[in-house]
Design a protein around this ligand. Structure first.
Ligand SMILES: Cc1cc2nc3c(=O)[nH]c(=O)nc-3n(C[C@H](O)[C@H](O)[C@H](O)COP(=O)(O)O)c2cc1C
Length: 253
């Protein structure tokens, strides 16, 4: 069983490829949260995978919340693996994830990192289409390697250094105390299609008079709304007006 969270499709692609090559069922954490489905029965010997993006060197809030509520039945000592997608590096997300999983009485056997195009448009210019294509080609090779390692119940993966863990304390606190929605708004290009509200994993966006309104002051900060808007109409302050957006091709099919 593979649980995944994805905003712009990278982790969805990784979970889909792994699910197909390992013949494992994939479960969308956003859907499970919406439907309040937290209880899963597993046949003995089944592997459990978690695939999600790194946020500020740590684990997205929705993944933490989901695992806190998760009830797994029928497993004694399952092989647990994580695949953490990132634009560059995951910092200490492996350690944070391990701590969350340990609260469930489980252990993480291995953590794999998977570099994919960066979607963090609030702070950076994003890769060009050409750069995206070459990063995705490299990522697909890496997905095959990860699938093979999981098939062999491999344990040789990423382990954060002490330096990365110290750095992550500062970085993740920016996320923990940030995630404000105040600066999000739709500009004159908004067509009122409502996609932003439908993709928001935490119900932070409502459509009022065919315009998105951020109705919660904090969100997961997954950036699905801003990257996936078909009219490039969603902005965060002024800086994002001139920046590219990123959506993994799996979401365009
Ligand atoms: C709030 C936020 C924080 C991020 N922090 C990091 C980071 O610390 N390191 C990194 O390499 N990439 C970071 N990224 C980039 C994403 O982890 C990366 O693009 C990921 O593959 C997106 O996955 P998705 O398409 O499944 O949503 C961040 C993205 C967001 C939205």
């Amino acid at each position: 069983m593979i649980f995944y969270f994805s905003a712009t499709g990278n982790s969805l692609e990784a979970a889909t490829v792994l699910g197909e090559s390992l013949d494992e069922r994939t479960i969308d954490i956003t859907e499970a949260m919406r439907k309040k489905e937290f209880s899963y029965a597993l046949p003995n010997g089944e592997r459990i995978g978690f695939v999600f993006p790194v946020f500020f060197f740590g684990v997205p809030s929705i993944v933490c919340d989901f695992i806190d509520r998760l009830e797994l039945k029928g497993v004694e000592h399952p092989y647990v693996f994580s695949v953490i997608t990132c634009g560059e590096k995951i910092g200490a997300a492996d350690k944070q994830f391990q701590k969350i999983i340990q609260r469930k009485g489980l252990d993480v056997n291995v953590c794999f990192t998977l570099i994919m195009p960066n979607n963090s448009v609030l702070w950076y210019e994003l890769p060009t289409p050409e750069e995206q294509r070459s990063m995705l080609a490299a990522a697909r090779i890496r997905m095959g390697e990860i699938a093979q390692a999981v098939k062999e119940n491999g344990t040789d993966g990423y382990a954060s250094t002490l330096g990365a863990r110290i750095n992550a304390v500062f970085m993740y606190s920016l996320y923990k105390h940030g995630r404000r929605t105040l600066k999000f708004h739709a500009d004159e290009r908004c067509t009122g299609c409502g996609l932003c509200g439908r993709v928001c994993p935490c119900g932070a966006i409502e459509l009022r008079e065919r315009r998105p309104v951020w109705v919660q002051d904090r969100c997961v900060q997954c950036l699905g709304c801003i990257n996936r808007c078909p009219a490039t109409a969603i902005q965060y302050g002024e800086a994002t007006r001139s920046r590219r957006r990123y959506v993994n091709p799996i979401l365009k099919r």
